[in-house]
Design a binder for this molecule. Structure first.
Ligand code: ZN
Length: 301
């Protein structure tokens, strides 16, 4: 099992009796889109004693999402999601610091903030931010725990409920060579609505997935698995032989599988020249310069 932190960096906890390891004054700052999985991750991290959380999201809360967002009420409609979650965290009273960034990480100024995170939780259902997180893990060695939930149905009948938690680190297969996202998907998401509808009709593009499923027990189960992956990387509580970098949950079958796939030799996660440039100690704070940043937005195979 590879630790998320190759050196001595550990977690600063808000409560002195809740230390994941015994030393250091490092921070764990998590990137979260605080919707279904994101809000569940936040609730767990805070109660585990995480010292500082950075929350990234440029959206405002939709009242219809109260069925899947912890801490929300029907009266929060229209409020910035990051403000809503920030108040929730402060209200818990465990002393967790919150950095609320009301912008999507697809904005350059927000993406730059990711450099100061020690661990990132990817709770998005979009391809472009996932591509950015892959770059972050590969080029700046910021560990990313990416998650997703998908519900498949045919003619109105649910036929599959799937969860995924993938840990992105240098030396592990990324989301592109695992087939979890693709440059085509990023391009399709980036198209103007009319052009995308035209390409879908012509068979050149796929229908975009709808938003994260509004089934709170499934998003919560996947979020709990993601937080467990963090704890395992920090403490090794699942045992030394548990080396997988991806967990797949077949929720409609009560099955869980794990895998550890080597990087595809043709994929960016092995080919790119600037992998890990700068070293772990400095990368998250100094190496997201303009040149590197421009690369982040051109995911390639
Ligand atoms: Zn790859």
């Amino acid at each position: 099992m590879r630790s998320l932190f190759p050196n001595s960096l550990t977690v600063r906890c808000a409560r002195s009796d809740l230390r994941f390891s015994g030393s250091s004054a490092g921070y764990t700052w998590a990137w979260l889109a605080p919707a279904g999985t994101g809000s569940a991750v936040i609730q767990q991290l805070v109660r585990l004693g995480i010292g500082t959380i950075s929350v990234f999201d440029g959206d405002r809360f939709a009242g219809s999402n109260v069925n899947r967002v912890y801490g929300s009420t029907v009266f929060d409609a229209g409020r910035a999601k990051v403000v809503l979650q920030s108040q929730q965290v402060h209200g818990i009273g465990l002393g967790t610091d919150v950095r609320a960034i009301p912008r999507h990480i697809t904005e350059e100024s927000a993406a730059r903030e990711l450099r100061s995170c020690d661990v990132v939780f990817g709770c998005t259902d979009k391809a472009l931010p996932r591509g950015i997180l892959v770059r972050l893990a590969l080029h700046y060695l910021v560990p990313v725990i990416d998650m997703g939930v998908t519900i498949e149905s045919e003619e109105g009948t649910i036929c599959g409920i799937y969860g995924r938690v993938t840990t992105l680190m240098l030396g592990e297969a990324c989301l592109f060579c695992r087939g979890r996202t693709s440059p085509d998907r990023i391009r399709e998401e980036s198209l103007p609505v009319e052009q995308r509808e035209r390409e879908v009709a012509e068979g050149y593009a796929k229908e975009l997935a709808t938003n994260e499923p509004a089934v709170i027990m499934f998003t919560t189960m996947v979020a709990a698995q993601a937080v467990s992956e963090l704890l395992h990387r920090l403490t090794g509580f699942m045992g030394a032989d548990r080396e997988s970098s991806e967990v797949l949950l077949f929720l409609h079958e009560s099955r869980i599988r794990t895998n550890r796939t080597p990087p595809n030799p043709d994929c960016q996660c092995l080919r790119a020249r600037s992998l890990g440039e700068g070293g772990h100690q400095e990368l998250s704070r100094t190496h997201l310069g303009t040149a590197s940043y421009s690369v982040m937005f051109r995911p390639t195979r």
